[in-house]
Design a protein around this ligand. Structure first.
Ligand code: KG4
Ligand code: ZN
Length: 339
């Protein structure tokens, strides 16, 4: 019998609902909140309010697009953390009410595990190969930078993480310094396509082991741009492509240097990217290059599944459903937890 899972994601500034049948996406609806752009970052209070406005139409659309009646659902999966508490409360409360009224199990999902498991999603009619355990996974988002050895769906061993800013934060802060809109990662990526990545050099932090640091890079970028602007007020406009390409090169190199180090000490044959920053074309190219050199099989989520979406919550919920891992309506959302 088919298993249909409704996934609900509301951890940050995207309200999303999706229906999967097993690992196959039947619908994946995302309402991205534009209200934050003028503030240069996510405003938590505005995010919670926007989730309240979006959640019913988004879930309704997800069910309609999937051509599934709510009574056919096998379970409701929701993001319980990490994220903004006010935002999480909207999705989690709705999921609890829905599971209670439909009398179907409730499954709590960790947002970071879901980013990793997005690599197991299929689209109708195009089944993809999935990574094999154990695999090495670089999980890079706006809030986290994690290097993981994934031994099983829910056995994710942390090899390294950032000691300060996340990789996505580094992209967003660099964009802000250049006067570009939030979120800055995709904009930097776009400008970088026509830029020279070696034109400006920015120091890469030397952190022991497999951990990362991006705060020094951000500061050196800030000081460099500030000093150049004193000499030439048009410095940013005249060099925007090379600036974007150079900072992207530094962030990607920093990420991939540790991946190479990890490849040498783990038994993994497969290498996987996950999270919003895995949409970055420079990172995807560098990952392909490293995978070729070290003879690893590379798995990348399709671009629409890199950033926040509820299909990844639903598929994570599906794997927990198979294990019978359910929660009650007293499950409490959490703002931070590192795998
Ligand atoms: O996973 P995600 O959607 O949300 C979090 O869980 O944080 O990741 C959002 C992050 C933002 O920092 C955004 O700038 C970054 O992913 N991002 C990118 C690209 N697309 C999104 N960074 C670099 N290049 C991109 N193409
Ligand atoms: Zn995310």
């Amino acid at each position: 019998m088919s298993v249909y899972i409704l996934g609900i994601e509301s951890s940050c500034d995207d309200t999303s609902a999706a229906v999967v049948e097993g690992t196959t996406i039947l619908s994946n609806v995302i309402a991205s909140q534009r209200v934050h752009a003028e503030y240069g970052g996510v405003v938590p209070e505005l995010a919670s309010r926007a989730h309240q406005q979006n959640i019913i139409p988004v879930i309704d659309t997800a069910l309609k697009r999937a051509k599934i009646h709510k009574n056919q659902l096998s379970a409701i999966a929701f993001t319980n953390g990490p994220g903004l508490l006010g935002s999480l409360l909207v999705g989690s409360s709705f999921a609890k009410a829905m599971s209670y009224s439909l009398d179907v199990p409730l499954v709590e999902v960790d947002h970071l595990q879901a980013h990793v498991l997005a690599n197991f999603l299929d689209k109708p009619g195009e089944e993809r190969a999935h990574p094999s355990f154990p695999f090495l996974c670089l999980t890079v988002s706006g809030g986290h930078t994690l290097l993981l050895q994934v031994n099983d769906y829910f056995d994710m061993q942390r090899l390294g993480c950032t000691i300060d800013d996340a990789a996505g934060e580094a992209f967003d802060k660099a964009a802000k310094i250049l006067g570009l809109p939030y979120p800055g990662g995709p904009v930097i990526d776009k400008y970088a396509q026509d830029g020279d990545p070696k034109r400006f050099q920015f120091a890469i932090a030397h952190v022991p082991g497999l951990d990362y640091s991006f705060s020094g890079l951000k500061t050196s970028f800030l000081y460099f741009v500030r000093d150049q602007l004193k000499e030439n007020p048009n410095f940013i406009e005249e060099n925007i492509h090379d600036l974007a390409a150079s900072i992207q090169y530094a962030i990607v190199k920093s990420l991939m240097d540790k991946v190479v180090k990890a490849m040498k000490v783990t038994p993994c044959k497969d290498f996987v990217l996950a999270g919003g920053v895995s949409a970055n074309s420079g990172l995807r190219n560098a990952a392909a290059d490293v995978a070729r050199r070290y003879r690893k099989n590379l798995f990348l989520p399709t671009l629409d599944l890199t950033t926040d979406n509820a299909a990844m919550i639903a598929v994570c919920g599906y794997f927990k459903y198979l294990k019978g891992e359910f929660v009650n309506i007293d499950a409490v959302p959490y703002s931070s937890r590192v795998l």
